[in-house]
Design a protein around this ligand. Sequence first.
Ligand code: NG1
Length: 360
Amino acid sequence: MKSPNEFFGAAPEVHTWAPGRVNLLGEHTDYNDGYMLPIATPQRTDVLADRSSDGRFHFYSATLDETAEFGADESSPDGFARYIEGCIRLMQARGVQVPPLKVYVRSNLALGTGLSSSAALEVATLRALRTMLKVDLDGVTLAQIAQQAEIQYAGVNCGIMDQMASSLADTEHMLFLDARTLDARLLPLPVGAEIIVIDSGVPRKLAASKYNERRSECEAAAGMLGVPSLRDVGRLADVEKLPSPLRERARHVVSENLRVLEAADSGGAISAGRFGELMNDSHASLRDDYEVSIRELDELTEVLRKHPDVYGARLTGAGFGGACVALCKTGAAQTVGQMAVNRVNAGGANARLLIPAPQR
Ligand code: NG1
């Protein structure tokens, strides 16, 4: 692995970073124009950048120990470079002159666990370009460009949640997000609570195909109800006239939006106990109505829920593997998280604590 010094030869012109995200509430709502409550991870991706002296782009990922090199008129090779190139090309499309660059990336965000390492890379890259080229770019516009980089250059048809969270959230607050209006507000975490995030160890194999299937089901349900998207369904009872499984899918989305609105409406004054109940209800809805949970995530959240210091637990992200999140009493996260990991691993699982970072 190269150090920044070995890569640049001298201190680079800019150094920026961006966090990943964990979604506390509001799952599978972003592509339904709905509401969500993500929080930033303490883990982050750093981007160091300088001008290149040979007219070519040179990118290096210390995390992967991989280099990518290409000419100003060429495309980057596939892999981590696509996200960076996407950000550069989209800035150029906005009329910004971007010279050939050297870019160094390092991250302590575990790849593929659902903490949005790709959004963190896009946001950190755009922040580096903004600083270096003195571009006027607010956090919401930056998130929109980052989302386009993911869609157009990495080929992932994602919602706006990840990039908005990486751009605007911090680790002390939850970010209330409206995917339609892009209204974003920082709210305090419930008093006396902190979060635990555990990777189930199960890779999200089916996530992409099932994710697209759920998206189409939601579109079909909205079409039958005569609304632009499921966000516009005012009453939960309205979904009951739909045929199965559209009824269950829509019931999840509509009830999940109501849960987020309840959690956010008090302006952050919701109690930890009530927030935990909403998380538990969200998990049940994702498991029974949206059918995106798996046994390992059900077990992990059940072990967490039984602990007296835990207010609530649910799967986080698209499902079909990946991680779960729990809300627990302040000061208890490390002990409770490690206990849950040990418990399920004793039964053959391969789980690991992501937040708080395990003590060595
Ligand atoms: P994860 O599984 O955390 O990458 C995905 C989508 C989000 C959102 C959630 C479900 C991508 C990159 N992200 O998140 O936009 O729809 O599922 O709430 O596809």
